[in-house]
Write a protein that binds this ligand. Structure first.
Ligand SMILES: Cc1cc2nc3c(=O)[nH]c(=O)nc-3n(C[C@H](O)[C@H](O)[C@H](O)COP(=O)(O)OP(=O)(O)OC[C@H]3O[C@@H](n4cnc5c(N)ncnc54)[C@H](O)[C@@H]3O)c2cc1C
Length: 333
């Protein structure tokens, strides 16, 4: 789990940097912007500075500004893989809303802020098959490349031609294929940045295959049906909390067998419908979610000897969080 100890911006820094971004880049920023509403889990405190990048020019300019000013940068897509700390995020948070799309024969090139579900419907309109699984992913293309998101037997790796990445270390932008990005099960090299400014996905191209509209529609319907049956659709969550172990039962099966379905801490509980989801009843805090995730990890480790690894990102200022405290108590009981 990520523990960030980056210092917060002072009110003076917030004012100075915000004014400089406005003057130099023409982009408005807000201070102490509450982030919960930008996430599907609906938890999380404020960003020191917050900006929306509406196109690739703004996105690149903000990333360049952060790098040259040594300003911590956090990229926010649709916040569907995040548990943002109640104390929020230090530095500059950029909400990626660059949403350009180009269909070129059997290839679709999309900017990082395009929702994956939109990619699925654009492909359907163009009579192209291969990204139906994207309908199931409530995040952006940038977040999906970062995580190698996947569902229903497919993932980004399967269909990606290349994605363009602006390096946080040197500001150079280059395109990489799936191998160059290190895409594997919920894994990429973007998850392990070499510098404080993260690598940034700006756009991605996918190779698809022509198919009958009725065949594509059938797949999309099947995905919708499966989701409604198996996932707590409509409840705030961040999708699967843990990755599936490489062998043996899935994370959900282990959590279910440990008897944790419905287990609650504050406003967070283990979903009755899918044990690998933690849902927020609307009153939960990030601390509730993380304590519950800790408890689930500890209980599963104690019962089955399996160390579940988080799939969600615990982002922002978690300094002082005593990792594993709740789980040790549970195992000891
Ligand atoms: C109900 C539900 C169902 C889900 N089902 C699935 C599923 O079936 N399969 C699956 O894989 N996931 C699933 N997820 C998780 C999530 O939707 C995916 O991981 C998605 O790819 C996250 O994208 P995002 O834009 O929301 O990223 P965010 O949550 O906003 O960010 C996640 C990480 O990506 C980074 N990031 C965001 N944009 C960029 C960018 N442009 N460049 C570089 N880094 C970036 C962020 O900094 C952060 O570290 C589900 C989530 C929910 C809520």
């Amino acid at each position: 789990m990520t523990t960030v100890t980056t210092p917060r911006l002072t009110p003076e820094d917030q004012a100075r940097l915000g004014a400089e971004i406005q003057r130099r880049l023409g982009i408005r920023t807000s201070r102490d912007e509450p982030l919960a509403r930008f996430t599907t889990m609906r938890v999380g405190g404020p960003a020191d500075l917050f900006a929306v990048a509406r196109n690739l020019f703004e996105l690149r300019a903000l990333a360049r500004f952060a790098r040259t000013h040594e300003l911590p940068l956090f990229l926010l897509g649709r916040g569907s893989d995040l548990v943002i700390s109640d104390r929020g995020v230090p530095g500059l948070v950029v909400h990626v809303r660059a949403e350009g799309i180009r269909v070129d024969g059997p290839r679709i090139t999309v900017e990082a802020g395009v929702p994956m579900a939109r990619l699925a419907t654009v492909a359907r309109e163009a009579g192209l098959s291969g990204v139906e699984f994207a309908l199931a992913i409530p995040g952006t293309v940038g977040g999906a490349v970062w995580a190698n998101a996947g569902a229903h037997g497919s993932d980004v790796r399967t269909v990606l031609v290349e994605a363009s990445v602006l390096s946080g270390a040197d500001g150079i932008e280059s395109a990489f294929d799936a191998d160059g990005l290190g895409l594997a099960y919920r894994e990429s090299r973007l998850k392990h940045p070499a510098s404080r400014v993260p690598d940034l996905v700006t756009w991605a191209t996918f190779a698809l295959v022509p198919a009958e509209r009725s065949v594509i529609d059938g797949r999309l319907d099947e995905i919708r049906r499966w989701r409604r049956l198996h996932q707590p659709v409509g409840m705030p969550s961040a999708g699967s909390v843990f990755r599936n172990p490489a062998t043996g039962p899935s994370a959900g099966e282990l959590i279910d067998r440990a008897g944790l379905k419905g287990h609650r801490i504050g406003g967070a509980s283990v979903s009755q419908k899918h044990a690998n989801f933690i849902v927020n009843d609307g009153h939960g805090t990030a601390a509730d979610v993380r304590r519950l995730a800790d408890l689930v990890r500890g209980t599963v480790a104690g019962r089955f000897g399996v160390e579940l690894q988080p799939e969600v990102v615990f982002a922002g200022d978690w300094s002082g969080w005593e990792e594993g405290a709740a789980l040790r108590r549970e195992v000891d009981q």
